[in-house]
Design a protein around this ligand. Structure first.
Ligand SMILES: Nc1ncnc2c1ncn2[C@@H]1O[C@H](COP(=O)(O)OP(=O)(O)O)[C@@H](O)[C@H]1O
Ligand SMILES: [Mg+2]
Length: 224
């Protein structure tokens, strides 16, 4: 089975080499846990191997994403892949974004190996009820599995929750969560894998994710 490197070698090691092909993986976490940076890092890891990727953002605009990359050495390289291996596409939320709108935009893209959607809660924001949201979520996941190697759906959640309680974690093939945990009175980013279909791994073990000017790094050792 083909595996897609996450961009964090220490994480790949824990999940049989990477994210399994034809899956949709939820990456959830609170504000500032590093979801956006990890999404960009994931696309750069693919581009280095010649894989094509797209970042669909309902949050930051392209220039804001690039500005974030500029401050981090390992993400700076995104520039050389732009519009060759990596497409950044911003969708303003002023528009009535729904599944149809998304699939229309996506159909105009070249075929990609890797896709990041930032984020799923906003993409489905205009669902009229919880039931509608779940239905659209299932349709979206189904659509993506058929068209993309691996998709990472970013999801805005509160600490200690894996999704927005709308079924995202249940419907996704994989769930990775980052949360801030106080360790000796200091908040640290802790990453855990909660679900990864077709993969043997140690569930719910937390590893420190460090974000610094040099890059993103996951600690090898289990913490807490
Ligand atoms: N150059 C940098 N050095 C250290 N930390 C950084 C740097 N750039 C961004 N960060 C950290 O990353 C955080 C933002 O990460 P981001 O991926 O945007 O979070 P999320 O998408 O989960 O809200 C910032 O709050 C900041 O602490
Ligand atoms: Mg973000």
């Amino acid at each position: 089975m083909k595996r897609y490197s996450t961009g964090l070698p220490a994480l790949d090691k824990k999940i049989e080499g990477g994210l399994p092909e034809k899956t949709v993986v939820l990456l959830s976490g609170n504000i500032g846990t590093g979801k956006t940076l990890m999404g960009l890092n994931f696309l750069i890891a693919g581009a280095k191997k010649g894989e094509k990727g797209a970042y669909i953002s309902l949050n930051e605009k392209e220039e804001e994403l690039l500005r974030a990359c500029k401050g981090i050495t390992s993400l700076k390289q995104i520039e050389k892949y732009l519009n060759k291996k990596i497409i950044l596409e911003h969708i303003p939320l002023g528009k009535m974004v729904d599944l149809e709108y998304f699939t229309n935009i996506f159909a105009s893209f070249p075929k990609v190996d890797r896709l990041v959607i930032d984020n799923v809660n906003k993409l489905l924001l205009f669902a009229e009820s919880k039931k509608e949201y779940r239905k659209h979520l299932v349709e979206l996941i189904d659509y993506l599995k058929k068209r993309v190697g691996v998709t990472i759906l970013l999801c805005e959640t509160l600490d200690a929750t894996l999704d927005t309680n709308s079924g995202e974690a249940y419907e996704a093939d994989g769930v990775i969560n980052i949360s801030f945990v106080d360790v000796e009175e200091k908040a640290k980013r802790m990453l855990g894998v909660y679900k990864m279909r077709y993969t043997s791994f140690e569930p719910r073990q937390l590893y420190e994710l460090r974000v610094s000017k040099t890059g993103l790094k996951l600690s090898d050792t289990y913490m807490v």
